[in-house]
Design a protein around this ligand. Structure first.
Ligand SMILES: Nc1ncnc2c1ncn2[C@@H]1O[C@H](COP(=O)(O)OP(=O)(O)OP(=O)(O)O)[C@@H](O)[C@H]1O
Ligand SMILES: [Mg+2]
Length: 263
């Protein structure tokens, strides 16, 4: 297994005293090259789970392993993309992508080469010199993705990376994510609260629900793969199979006691 989450508990202190249990007894084993989508209503603990894997907040109980290394904190084996880009406005696109390599003492020549490669992978060839303020929101998220990819991480962790984009850009970016996944073979954990996005991207869909959050569904999904293999692209979203899968998923989320999930 590429990623193993074993009996993970996350509790946070609450201001009134005591603790709130956000996640309880989460078990998840992710094989190399899977694109696991984590879906669930707002507040169910998706980001908390992703942040635990990223090593940003240590688990209160349980263990997280990447291959045979136990996660003790952030590491270059895990690349992270968040909902809003956290790019440095005073650096151009290339230097934003190369920033982590610079901290690790990679030579200027090599980091520029690798940054350009990563930018090309996300369709931004030749845009390295652009200032951050010259880029659209979609382009900024591409730069964020390139920055996560540049160190060639084992796992990509993406927390609603497309959530702040307009509907059309979001659809294009979903295709980009699928293509990057296909070309790099990366293991991806992708958080969304969109049913369509989950079904379109995931090779596997994991639904979190309840308080504390638990896994209420963990199921393989083939629609995104079909879109890639059969060259259907976004058109698969209007197929009968897609509509049926969406309704089934919606039912599961509502049955999990949730009242909000975006289509
Ligand atoms: N560092 C923290 N300290 C205290 N409570 C926290 C902390 N991080 C998250 N929480 C709480 O944990 C719960 C789950 O939050 P989380 O951000 O994981 O939800 P989410 O599923 O990602 O929601 P959304 O879809 O809105 O992003 C929330 O009630 C939140 O207030
Ligand atoms: Mg979140």
């Amino acid at each position: 297994m590429k990623l193993t989450i074993f009996r993970l508990d996350v509790r946070f202190p609450v201001p009134q005293g005591g603790e709130a249990t956000i996640l309880k007894d989460i078990d998840l084993a992710v094989g190399a090259g899977e694109l696991v989508v984590l879906l669930g209503a707002s507040g169910c603990g998706k980001s908390t789970l992703l942040n635990a894997v990223a090593g940003f907040n240590p688990p209160t109980g349980g263990e997280i392993w990447v291959d045979r290394r136990r996660v003790e904190g952030p590491g270059i084996d895990r690349g992270v993309v968040l909902q809003t880009d956290a790019l440095y406005p005073w650096l151009n696109a290339r230097d934003n992508v190369a920033f982590g390599l610079r901290l690790r003492g990679v030579s200027r020549r090599e980091r520029e080469l690798r940054a350009e490669e990563a930018l090309a992978l996300v369709g931004l060839d030749g845009k390295g010199d652009h200032a951050v303020w010259q880029l659209s929101g979609g382009m900024r998220q591409r730069v964020s993705l390139a920055r996560a990819l540049v160190a060639d991480p084992e796992i990509l962790l993406m927390d609603e990376p497309l959530g702040a984009l307009d509907a059309l850009t979001r659809e294009q970016m979903q295709d980009l994510v699928l293509n990057v996944w296909k070309r790099t073979g990366k293991t991806i954990l992708f958080v969304t609260h969109s049913l369509d996005e989950a079904l379109y991207l995931g090779t596997r869909i994991v639904v979190l629900a309840g308080r504390p959050g638990r896994i209420v569904l963990d199921e393989a999904s083939t629609l995104g793969r079909r879109a890639l293999d059969e060259g259907l692209g976004g058109r698969i979203k209007s197929s009968a199979d897609f509509a049926e899968a969406r309704e089934k998923l919606r039912g599961i989320i509502f049955a999990g006691g949730e009242t909000r999930a975006a289509a």
